[in-house]
Every structure is written in C-alpha cells, then in structure tokens.
Design a protein around this ligand. Structure first.
Ligand code: SF4
Ligand code: SF4
Ligand code: SF4
Length: 396
C-alpha cells in the first residue's frame, strides 16, 4: 500500500495477542516487532516498567519476542532517550536503531543529529503523544496524600479531560490537573511549559487522542510525518500486520482540539515562567542569582543534559584555570558557560532540573534563554532536520 506523508489513520494490530497486551490496539509493539524481524533495524531503544509503575527503565531490545515488555505508557518515565542513544550506543553509528520517543526525545535526537553526535541515517523515530510526565517519588507522595490511595494499588494513570486520573482495581479517581499543579504537584514544570505534544518531528506520530466510535480504546491514531515513516507503515500494512481505517472526521477534530488546548495551557505557563526578564543571558543570570548561588557545583546538570556534549569540557577543574589557584569555576561562570553552549539547542527536556540537588530551576533558566534565541532567529530546536543552526547561519 502506498502511504503518503501527512496521511492519518486509525490502526490496530492483526495479532490478537498483541492487540490484547499492547496499548490501543498494539500498533507501536507491532511496528517495532516487525522492524526487528525483518532486519530493518538491529535494535529497539524503548522504556519498560522496572520494579513498578514508578520505575521507567531504558532498555535495548534485540529479540522481537521481548518487544511486548515495553508496551504501555509510563507517566513517571522522566528520562530522555537521546542520552543513552548518543552516549552509550555510540550515536547509532554501529547499529540501526528504532526509538520509541516522546516529542522531547525526538527533538533532542534531532539536535544531536545536527551536531554529528547521532547518525540520523541509522535512526527511526516512532513518536508517541505526550501530555507530560511526573517525577516518580513526588507522584507516589501525591497519590498517598492527596488521592488517599496506596501507590502500589494504582494500575494505570492518565490525563484526560483536564484531570489526572488514578485507576485501581476498585475504580478511578480524578483530580483537576491545574489544581494539583497550582500546589506544585502533577507534571514536571518543564512539561507544563512544553510546546510539542504530538511528535510530528518523529517519523510517525502515534497516540490515542481522536480515536472515537467503535474503535475507541482499541486503536491508535497514526500520523505519517516523514518518507521514512510512510515506508515503515506501508510495509506493516502490506505484510498484513496492521489493519488501518480512515479516521472519523470528528475524531480528527477532537485530536486537534486536545492538542490546541494543551498548547494554550503551555503558552500560559511559558508567559508566567519567562516574565520578569528580557531573556538576555546576563539578565537571566541576574534574575536567578539567588537560586544559582545555591549551586554546589556537582556538575549533575551537565552530566544529565543530553545536549551538553563537549568531550573535553572547559569547565573541568583540570582545564583552563577559571579562578586563580585552579578552583572549579564560580557559579556565575559555570552557568554562564553552559548557557552559551545551550542557548540555541535547549529542548526544555527537564533532565537538568531532575537531578539538581539544590532544586535550582535550571531547565526553566536555560529555556528562558533559548526562548529569546527563538524570538531573535526564528529557530526552534528539534523540529526538523533542514533548518540551519542559528549560530551557523548568523555567526556571532
Ligand atoms: S517535555 Fe514535553 S514531550 Fe517531554 S515529557 Fe514533558 S510533555 Fe512530554
Ligand atoms: S539544559 Fe536542561 S532542559 Fe535544556 S536540553 Fe539540557 S537538560 Fe534539557
Ligand atoms: S545540578 Fe544543580 S547544584 Fe549541581 S552543578 Fe547543576 S545547578 Fe549546580
């Protein structure tokens, strides 16, 4: 079947067992399994449930029978797969790898492809919609204290119609997500600001938004985003592995509305977060000087950032002596240096904030600067391959 870029489908697996076990008709699982079985890729990089629902573990799958283990979404999966792909899998230079990715994984992978750290020819991006992810420990506390449930009893959590819903064997309990977030709970603060919820920067964008009618809950909405994505989908349809139907027009509209609603909320959050500064690097440093003064120079943010990639980091104590006596750089220099390195590329993935022991809102700080770069150069990181890097196009 000839599949074209921008085409949209309702789809489900023709394999009854996968349909049963995989989420929303098992499309992601079926595509991944087929990619491995046909040798189109050597491995799948995905996330699977570890100890429990709050433990998201990155996993490299090479046996098609293991793909099913990564089925389902884990909202406490706050990791970004660009890091293991570039750092531990040699940037897919030796293996062809398909990645199940959230929009921020896909954005960051695209930026690393441009920087020559990932071989884009060897990577397939199977994107999944993302309304946001939540920090695991704080989420367990919230389930205990606010939902008055035992986190161990929760079998599924989802965001639907503005509510964060916890499902147990006894039923569902939902609380308005904006009420939770106003009290510092719910999604990570970078997710509340995130302005890409449907990963149309991947090869395929999949999710359950907009699937209505007889297939509601039993099929996935698939959008074809690239020629690579069209080829993958065409093959699984031809092999009889995936059944497709034309989406219901009203469903297409609902998907758009869900997306637009979330983007509107993100815009409010961005306005709030970026207020009180011009976005210029020194002004941002000044605004956050009190927060940054708490920095203990653990270098955690640098280590966690998937886009902070220099092999010989000039911030190492053994490197240039930033401070007489060979001390590690003082806080403003440390952050100033990282800001300059990240200014054009920060994808607001939140990894730096996740690890900061001093609870400095580092992702908010870097994304404030990046937002200014977006305004000046019109360059939004991670959306496409063919837009030149602003600092390449306009050398400073
Ligand atoms: S930053 Fe965006 S894509 Fe990434 S986890 Fe948060 S909401 Fe999802
Ligand atoms: S600076 Fe933080 S938010 Fe930006 S790309 Fe790096 S880890 Fe992600
Ligand atoms: S993670 Fe936090 S404390 Fe550690 S170096 Fe970064 S900003 Fe400083």
């Amino acid at each position: 079947m000839s599949v074209k870029v921008n085409e949209q489908f309702y789809a489900y697996s023709s394999d009854e067992a996968i349909k049963e076990q995989g989420e929303y008709g098992g499309v992601v699982t079926t595509i991944m399994k087929s990619l491995l079985e046909t040798g189109a890729v050597d491995a799948i990089l995905a996330v699977e449930e570890g100890f429990d629902l709050y433990d998201a573990v990155p996993t490299l799958i090479t046996d098609p029978e293991d793909v099913i283990k990564s089925a389902g979404s884990i909202h406490c999966g706050t990791l970004n797969l660009a890091k293991p792909l570039s750092k531990y899998l040699n940037g897919a230079k030796d293996l062809k790898i398909a990645v199940t990715c959230k929009p921020c994984d896909a954005m960051t992978i695209r930026e690393l492809i441009k920087k020559g750290k990932i071989n884009g020819d060897n990577v397939l991006l199977i994107g999944v919609n993302c309304g946001g992810t939540m920090p695991p420990v704080a989420t367990m506390d919230m389930i205990r204290d606010v939902y008055e449930l035992d986190p161990k009893d929760v079998i599924k959590e989802e965001i639907s119609k503005g509510k964060l819903i916890m499902e147990t064997a006894d039923g569902e309990k939902g609380i308005k997500i904006d009420e939770l977030e106003a009290q510092g709970m719910g999604r990570r603060e970078n997710c509340q600001r995130c302005d890409l919820k449907i990963p149309n920067n991947a090869d395929l964008a999949l999710g359950n938004w907009g699937v209505i009618g007889p297939l509601a809950g039993k099929a996935t909405f698939v959008e074809v985003c690239t020629e690579k994505g069209a080829e993958i989908l065409g093959k699984v349809i031809d092999e009889g592995l995936i059944v497709t139907e034309e989406p219901i027009e009203k469903g297409v509209k609902i998907r758009e509305n869900v997306n637009n609603f979330m983007l509107k909320e993100s815009l409010h959050k961005k306005e709030e977060d970026y207020a009180g500064t011009t976005g210029d690097i020194l002004d941002v440093l000044n605004k956050y000087k009190e927060d940054l003064s708490k920095c203990i120079k653990c270098y955690g943010c640098r280590e966690a950032c998937p886009l902070c990639y220099c092999e010989d980091c000039c911030l190492e104590a053994e490197g240039p002596e930033w401070v007489p006596g060979g001390q590690i750089p003082t806080a403003p220099f440390f952050h100033l240096t990282r800001m300059v390195h990240m200014a054009d590329a920060c994808t607001n993935c939140g990894q730096c904030s996740e690890v900061c022991p001093s609870e400095i809102p580092v992702a908010k700080i870097w994304s404030t600067v990046n937002n200014k770069v977006r305004d000046i150069y019109g360059y939004v990181p991670g959306r496409s391959d063919d837009v030149p890097l602003p600092f390449t196009e306009h050398p400073l």
